[in-house]
Design a protein around this ligand. Structure first.
Ligand code: BG6
Length: 472
C-alpha cells in the first residue's frame, strides 16, 4: 500500500531498548542469587561464560543514566528468577528484591517506563534438577514467582511480559541452553511440546493473577515472530509456509490471545504421536488468561519450500537461521535479502509484513520488544565506535514501523536489542548489539568502561524527534 502521507508515531510511543538479566547483570552468585540453568550450562567453545557479563548489576545507575541521556521512554529488562527465589520456590532473597527495587526506581527517576520480562531463558538450576518445565508443578512454580513479582514491584511496574521467546525455547532449546531432557524420554518431540504446554498454561495463569492483583497493569507474551514466506508461488510451497507459520508463530499467539491450540499445529503433533496431555483445568486456564498487548521480537523473516518427506534437514542452527522438518517444510535462503556478519537475513520490509499480519490476526496493540543487528564493533583509540551499519539497520526498521502505523497497525513502542552490549545467547560478547559499548573481550574483562557508539547519538535524535528525524 502506498501512502500519500504517513501517520506520526503516537505521542506516548515507548522508544527504548532491551536487555535480559543473565546477559547483562553478571554477579551470577552474588548477594544470595542462586544459580540458573545459564550458570551451569555448557558454555559454547570460544565464548565467555555468564558470570560477569557486562556487570550491569554494579553499573546499573551509570547505565540507566546513559539510557536517560539517549532520551529513553522505556527500558525492557528481565528479572532473574533466582535473584528473587534462589531455589526457584520458597524463601525470598531480600537482597534480590532490593536490587530490582533500586533498578526500577532508577528508571522512574528519569521517567523511563520499566517494562519487565518475567522469564528470559534463566530457569532456576534447583528447579531444573526437579524436572524443569517437564513437570506439571512448573505451572505452580511460575505462578508463585509471578505473584511475588506483582506484589513487590506492581506498585511501579505497569507493563509486564511473561515468557521471552517461548517459541525459541521450544524450537532451539539446546542452542539457548535451556532444554531439559528427562531420563527415559522416548519421544523427544512429545516431551518438548509437553514442556511447551506447561509454559502456555503457566503464562495464562500469570496473566490472570496479574489482572486480579494489578487491575491497572498490562501484560502480554513476548514470542519471536518471523513471518514465513513461500519460496515460490507454487501452491505446495505456500502450504509449507503455512506449516512453519503455524509451528513457529501462530501456535504461541493463538494460545496466548485466544487460549486455544492452533489446529495445524495440533495435526502436526498428532502426526508425530506428540500431542501434549491437556487437562480440563488447563483448557479453562488458557481461555481465562488474556493479554492486553502483544510484545514480540523481530529479527527477520523465514522462507520455506515444500518437503516431500525424504530430505534430511537441519532442525535449526539458532533462532533466525533456516530450519526444516521432513514432510512439513524445508528452509531455503531468500535470494532477495542480504545477511548480517553472523548469517542472519536482514528484512525490514518483512517487519512491516509481520506487523500487518499479526495485527489482522489478533487486533491487539503491539510492542516491539527486540530487533537489532549483531555485529563485530571496533573501539577506536579515541574511544569511538563507528557503527553506521547498525544505524542503517535500525533506521530501515523504524521506517517500516511508521509504514505499518500508516497501514492501521496499533504500535505501543520500539525496544530494540540491545540497550547496551551484552553476551549473546551462544556467540559471546563479540556479537555486539548495544548503543553503548562495553570495554571487555571474550575472556579479558578489561575496564568494563562504557562508551557511546555513533548509534547512541543517532538514536537520541530519533527519540527527541519522535521518529521524525532518522537522518545521520
Ligand atoms: C533473542 C533473545 O533470541 O535474540 C535474546 O531474546 C538474544 O536473548 C537475541 O540475545 C539475539 O540473539 P543472539 O543469539 O545473537 O544473542
Amino acid at each position: 500500500m502506498l501512502h500519500k502521507t504517513l501517520k506520526d508515531f503516537p505521542e506516548n510511543f515507548f522508544w527504548g531498548a532491551s536487555t535480559s538479566a543473565y546477559q547483562v547483570e553478571g554477579a551470577a552468585l552474588e548477594d544470595g542469587k542462586g544459580p540458573s540453568c545459564q550458570d551451569i550450562k555448557e558454555i559454547p567453545e570460544g565464548t565467555s561464560d555468564l558470570s560477569v557479563s557486562v556487570d550491569h548489576y554494579h553499573h546499573f545507575k551509570e547505565d540507566i543514566a546513559l539510557m536517560a541521556e539517549m532520551g529513553f521512554k522505556s527500558y525492557r529488562f528481565s528479572i532473574s528468577w533466582t535473584r528473587i527465589l534462589p531455589e526457584g520456590t520458597g524463601k525470598v532473597n531480600q537482597q534480590g528484591v532490593d536490587f530490582y527495587n533500586q533498578l526500577i526506581d532508577e528508571c522512574l527517576k528519569y521517567d523511563i517506563e520499566p517494562i519487565v520480562t518475567m522469564f528470559h531463558f534463566d530457569m532456576p538450576a534447583a528447579l531444573d534438577a526437579r524436572g524443569s518445565w517437564s513437570k506439571r508443578e512448573s505451572i505452580d512454580w511460575f505462578a508463585e514467582f509471578a505473584t511475588i513479582l506483582f506484589k513487590e514491584f506492581g506498585d511501579r511496574v505497569k507493563y509486564w511480559l511473561t515468557i521471552n521467546e517461548q517459541n525459541m525455547l521450544t524450537l532451539v532449546g539446546p542452542v539457548i541452553g535451556t532444554l531439559h531432557v528427562p531420563e527415559g524420554t522416548t519421544n523427544l518431540t512429545r516431551e518438548i511440546y509437553q514442556q511447551n504446554h506447561h509454559q502456555l498454561v503457566a503464562q495464562a495463569k500469570a496473566m490472570q493473577i496479574c489482572h486480579e492483583m494489578l487491575p491497572d497493569a498490562k501484560i502480554g507474551p513476548a514470542p519471536n515472530i518471523s513471518l514465513v514466506y513461500a519460496a515460490s508461488s507454487k501452491p505446495e510451497d505456500v502450504l509449507a509456509s503455512q506449516n512453519l507459520n503455524a509451528i513457529r508463530n501462530w501456535l504461541y499467539l493463538d494460545a496466548a490471545v485466544y487460549g486455544v491450540y492452533n489446529s495445524l499445529v495440533w495435526a502436526y503433533l498428532e502426526e508425530q504421536d506428540a500431542t501434549p496431555e491437556v487437562t480440563a483445568d488447563d483448557v479453562a486456564t488458557m481461555r481465562a488468561g488474556k493479554p492486553d498487548f502483544i510484545g514480540f521480537n523481530y529479527y527477520n523473516t523465514a522462507t520455506v519450500a515444500a518437503s516431500d518427506g525424504t530430505e534430511s534437514m537441519d532442525p535449526g542452527a539458532d533462532q533466525q537461521t533456516q530450519r526444516g522438518e521432513a514432510g512439513f517444510y524445508r528452509g531455503v535462503d531468500n535470494p532477495n535479502l542480504p545477511k548480517t556478519e553472523f548469517g542472519w537475513e536482514i528484512d525490514p520490509m518483512g517487519f512491516r509484513a509481520t506487523m500487518r499480519e499479526m495485527y489482522s490476526r489478533y487486533r491487539l496493540p503491539m510492542l516491539v520488544t527486540e530487533n537489532g543487528l549483531g555485529a563485530y564493533d571496533t573501539l577506536t583509540e579515541d574511544g569511538k565506535v563507528h557503527d553506521q551499519y547498525r544505524i542503517n539497520y535500525l533506521r530501515a526498521h523504524i521506517e517500516q514501523i511508521q509504514l505499518a502505523i500508516s497501514d492501521g497497525v496499533e504500535m505501543l513502542g520500539y525496544n530494540p536489542w540491545s540497550a547496551i552490549d551484552l553476551i549473546s545467547t551462544h556467540e559471546g560478547i563479540k556479537k555486539r548489539y548495544g548503543f553503548i559499548y562495553v570495554d571487555r573481550d571474550e575472556f579479558d574483562l578489561k575496564t568494563l568502561k562504557r562508551y557511546r557508539k555513533d548509534s547512541f547519538h543517532w538514536y537520541k535524535k530519533v527519540i527527541a524527534s519522535n521518529g521524525q528525524d532518522l537522518t545521520d
